[in-house]
Design a protein around this ligand. Structure first.
Ligand SMILES: [Zn+2]
Length: 362
């Protein structure tokens, strides 16, 4: 990795009419991980990001606050990616970090936890229990094995083409072998503040918006915010257990905090325009969903018909289905924690892609 240099950078971030003063690495380290690409990027004096550039399912980002013994934010979706992340951050840190923050309970943010032996793992109070429900690596292994065996593959293809396609996609970049869940050890309710050599790190609970445990990590002095999956950048978001209202409130809070740099849970680094764009997407999808809901169309049909407009060029644009389905659940006053049938959900995403003639991506 090359040295660092401070320079005025037009907010990397298309369309922004303002500039921010940040320090960015001149050279960017890129390492191959199976088929995927990960890179290290410095985002402020003491903050770094490891970014997964493919930007599909499981391609989550990680953060590093290189102060006070080090804090890693989110630990990747499998051990190979976690090791690459450690290798990349290892170029700038003095030793393995003492703390890990999990921004929420999804596997792609917690499945490298076990490599941070002895570290304090911090998350919202709901996260350990939710991990047991939604981040069982055994389920992910089973899904991939199903795609490996001829008989189950044929069955899957006939019954759940979407589930088969997801398994195939994940197989390209990920292996869930060897993952042993390591649960958060320090739990908080609304807020948790770390003091790292005089630099405050604010962990703020904003869930349930995309998931139950959603937490954002804000460093006012560095003007940096790690958004977890409250922000997906240049790829369609997927929301599971949470509400549109909470999600939009969380985005409003990020805009109000006014950081110079945001590291999203998925996609490239951005400024607050990343939060604004996410909000515009959610507003648009909810409004469009309501039009079709009022006409009595099922959520899958609505998803096929919605004009994706500028969002059609995002990766995984077919994931619009999950957002339409969530809007429908809210219109029907279903409980926020109504379960998802994942195989059915992936099938619906697959059918939306087919209907729209766009790439099938999850
Ligand atoms: Zn994620």
């Amino acid at each position: 990795m090359g040295g660092t240099a401070g320079f005025k950078r037009r907010a990397a971030h298309e369309g922004a009419a303002w500039t921010v003063q940040v320090r960015v690495t001149r050279g960017i380290s890129v390492l191959p991980t199976r088929g995927a690409l990960v890179k290290l990027q410095q985002v402020s004096d003491n903050c770094f990001a490891v970014l997964n550039e493919k930007n599909r399912m499981c391609d989550a980002n990680s953060g590093l606050i290189n102060l006070g013994g080090g804090v890693v934010i989110d630990t990747q979706a499998d051990l190979a990616h976690a090791r690459r992340m450690i290798e990349l951050f290892g170029k700038v840190w003095p030793g393995m970090p003492r703390r890990v923050v999990n921004t929420h309970e999804d596997g792609d943010h917690v499945w490298g936890n076990q490599l941070f032996e002895g570290a304090e793992i911090i998350a919202h109070r709901t996260v350990p229990d939710r991990m047991r429900h939604v981040a069982d690596p055994g389920d992910a292994r089973k899904m991939i094995k199903g795609a490996d065996h001829l008989l189950s593959r044929l069955l899957l293809k006939a019954v759940h083409p979407g589930a088969l396609a997801v398994a195939r996609q994940l197989q390209q970049d990920y292996s869930f072998d060897g993952i042993e869940p390591a649960y958060p050890t320090t739990l908080f309710d609304e807020r948790h503040v770390l003091d790292l050599e005089g630099t405050e790190v604010h962990l703020i609970y904003v869930g349930p918006c995309h998931q139950v445990g959603d937490t954002i990590v804000h460093l006012p002095r560095e003007r940096v915010l790690f958004a977890g999956d409250v922000i997906f950048r240049q790829c369609a978001p997927t929301g599971w257990t949470g509400t549109y209202q909470k999600w939009i409130e969380a985005l409003d809070l990020i805009i109000w905090l006014d950081p110079d740099v945001i590291v999203p849970g998925h996609g490239p680094v951005c400024g607050i325009e990343g939060a604004m764009e996410m909000k515009a997407y959610l507003d648009y999808v909810r409004e469009e969903s309501k039009r079709y809901f009022d006409r009595g169309l099922p959520s899958l049909e609505a998803s096929k018909r919605i004009d994706l407009g500028p969002y059609g060029s995002w990766r995984c644009a077919d994931r619009v289905y999950t957002n339409v389905e969530r809007a429908y659940r809210e219109f029907c006053h279903e409980p926020v924690d109504a379960p998802w049938d994942t195989a059915k959900t992936f099938d619906a995403v697959y059918r939306v892609a087919k209907a729209k003639g766009i790439e099938i991506e999850f």
